[in-house]
Design a protein around this ligand. Structure first.
Ligand SMILES: [Zn+2]
Length: 230
């Protein structure tokens, strides 16, 4: 969720969570309020979202409209936001780095906070510069962090377009985990493609929410974080 404080975006996202297309509980991984944004209203909406489906942290390091970090210590902001959410009684269970950014420090912090991660993607996001940090993974795995710690990685496998195209062919993987941005719901065609894709997926596969999935996961694969950076 990029813009939960936008009333129109929030109304559409809430309606979708309530409707549960395909029987899916739609997790809300929310960007915490930036300076000057209404914290009280944000908390109110986060509590509502959390009451309906799994809840997670989505960090934008630079600005509401600039997700990836441009300097400083990316892990420090994740710690600050995680502690703030805890202090407000909102315990996230998942993390997703803005702009699909994750590094070893961030991964360690996410593990320390006790969250699972879904920043890895099964595809390479088209907008990333060659060499930009990104974690590519096909299936859930444990990521060894090199100091005895490990992080449960539940990769994101489908965009709205990939989900909609999956309608025409088999979903060739064990777990389908689709993502979208709350702002996509402002686009009538994208919103319709998402609802249609989820309903079709629900007919083909067993619906689980991220928390149920996490509890039941026993990934066979363990891999070193350092070696997975693509
Ligand atoms: Zn974002």
């Amino acid at each position: 969720m990029e813009r939960p404080l936008d009333d129109d975006v929030w109304r559409r996202f809430s309606a979708l969570q309530e409707r549960r297309p395909g029987g899916f509980a739609i997790a809300a991984l929310m960007r915490p309020p930036a300076e000057g944004e209404n914290e009280e209203r944000w908390l109110e909406r986060a509590r509502e979202a959390r009451g309906r489906a799994p809840f997670g942290l989505h960090t934008h390091w630079t600005a509401p409209d600039h997700a990836r970090p441009t300097g400083g210590d990316p892990a420090a902001l994740v710690r600050e936001q995680g502690r703030w959410l805890d202090s407000m009684g909102l315990r996230p269970t998942f993390f997703c780095g803005g702009g699909w950014y994750i590094d070893e420090g961030v991964a360690g912090m996410v593990a320390d906070l006790g969250y699972a991660d879904c920043t890895a993607t099964a595809f390479r996001p088209g907008y990333l510069e060659p060499g930009a940090p990104h974690l590519q993974l096909e299936e859930p795995a444990w990521l060894e962090l090199g100091d005895g710690r490990r992080l449960l990685e539940v990769p994101t496998t489908h965009s709205i377009g990939m989900l909609a195209r999956g309608v025409l062919g088999p979903f060739g993987r064990q777990i389908v985990h689709a993502y979208f941005h709350d702002t996509d719901l402002l686009d009538r065609r994208r919103a319709a493609a998402l609802r249609f894709g989820l309903r079709f997926l629900g007919l083909k596969r067993t619906a689980k929410d991220l928390d149920e999935l996490q509890l039941g996961l026993r990934p066979e694969k363990t891999m070193s974080f350092a070696n997975r950076r693509a």
